[in-house]
Design a protein around this ligand. Structure first.
Ligand code: MF3
Ligand code: CO
Ligand code: CO
Length: 366
């Protein structure tokens, strides 16, 4: 997700050659002695930054070499994607989904998030895609793994996953010039390993997300998203994060519009067919304020209580919305999808086409 406060970007410099030393993480104290952690999670050692051979991918994003994004897109005008853009965004969305499913299949007690990152990195390159997070504003890894109290942007490291951990894996791929971005929750050990509060948190996060996505269609105001999410989670005793938002996406990773996951009491932009953006609410058990680790990326809750998140890249169609990162026929269905009171089974979108495909997938699973 995008930081709400616009990060000032330099206009770049000379592109450097991709070499191991240019891409190596700067040595930084990841765990300074006086830092007070909000909860029980601690950073662990990180593996060296993984290198991408530019000839191995269809295209490199403009920040791959020096870590500085150059193309920003308009900050106010929402791009309407062309039919050619949409074809390529379907492909990057589908690949992001495949990589997310692969990453999720590895979740089990004892595996490190670094091992998951290595698999994500390799899967992207296998398909000619660049893993979008890598070196984006100097982010050191190829995906984000946000465990327990981490709200977002958790950096994969050498910590072995523990039975009962809840984590979000966030995958973004850059395929042939276009980003596709999605994330899901996983419970280490599956539903039986989760306590009731964790199940309720994940179910509520999933349900508010689906409820918001169901309202997306041409002519709607973008403010319905945040209002729907906030009302749903507040009624159930949870809170919604304000410091990070969803975002327009395409050839640029984060662009207009900002998607707020909380009530904004004024009209925002109006939805139009051809807009592509993410909805990615972060919902917390306790306080929703974000607290930054010394690595300048990992955002945790301030009280050490857990946070959950789901994310899709969405395309507005003339008759509704389609998830470009929707589940495919091989995707596992999780308990929150089976048990949802908002929408049971896989959710692919609200367009006629998406509803029909979802029905097919859900019948095949029965
Ligand atoms: N995938 C995240 C999002 O949903 C962004 C990650 S940026 C990174 O927008 F640099 F942390 F990888
Ligand atoms: Co995103
Ligand atoms: Co994401």
């Amino acid at each position: 997700m995008d930081k709400k406060e616009k990060v000032k970007q330099s206009s770049g410099g000379f592109a450097k050659k991709v070499t191991a030393s240019n891409l190596r993480t700067k040595t930084k104290r990841l765990d300074p002695p006086n830092f007070v952690y909000a909860g029980t999670l601690r950073p662990h050692e990180q593996s060296p930054m993984r290198i991408v051979d530019p000839s191995a991918v269809l295209s490199l994003p403009d920040y791959a070499i020096d870590g500085i994004p150059k193309k920003k897109g308009s900050s106010s005008i929402i791009e309407v994607k062309s039919p050619e853009d949409i074809i390529r965004m379907r492909a990057s969305g589908k690949l992001a989904r495949q990589v997310l499913d692969l990453a999720g299949s590895l979740v089990k007690p004892g595996i490190t998030t670094d091992e998951i990152d290595a698999a994500v990195h390799a899967a992207c390159l296998d398909r000619g895609a660049y893993p979008s997070p890598l070196n984006y504003r100097k982010y050191p890894k190829s995906c984000c793994t946000s465990v327990n109290e981490v709200i977002c942007h958790g950096i994969p490291d050498m910590r072995p996953l523990q039975l009962g951990d809840v984590l979000n894996i966030d995958i973004t791929v850059f395929l042939d010039g276009y980003h596709g971005d999605c994330s899901e929750m996983f419970v280490v050990g599956g539903k039986v390993a989760a306590d009731d509060k964790a199940r309720h948190l994940i179910q509520t996060t999933y349900d508010c997300w689906i409820k918001a996505m169901e309202l997306v269609k041409p002519g709607m105001n973008y403010n319905v998203i945040g209002r729907t999410i906030q009302d749903h989670v507040t009624e159930r005793g949870f809170t919604t994060v304000h410091s990070f938002c969803g975002h327009g996406i395409g050839q640029v990773f984060h662009t207009a519009p900002n998607i707020y996951h909380y009530t904004v009491n004024q009209p925002l932009e109006v939805m139009e067919a051809g807009h592509v953006f993410t909805i990615e609410p972060m919902i917390c058990e306790g306080l929703s304020e974000a607290y930054m680790w010394p690595d300048d990326w990992t955002a945790t809750t301030v009280d050490g209580k857990r946070s959950a998140q789901f994310e899709h890249t969405l395309l507005i169609t003339p008759d509704g919305v389609e998830a470009l990162t929707a589940k495919i026929d091989t995707s596992p269905i999780q308990f929150w999808e089976r048990e949802s009171t908002i929408s049971r089974g896989v959710w692919l979108g609200t367009s006629k086409n998406a509803r029909e495909r979802a029905e097919g997938l859900n019948i095949a699973r029965k």
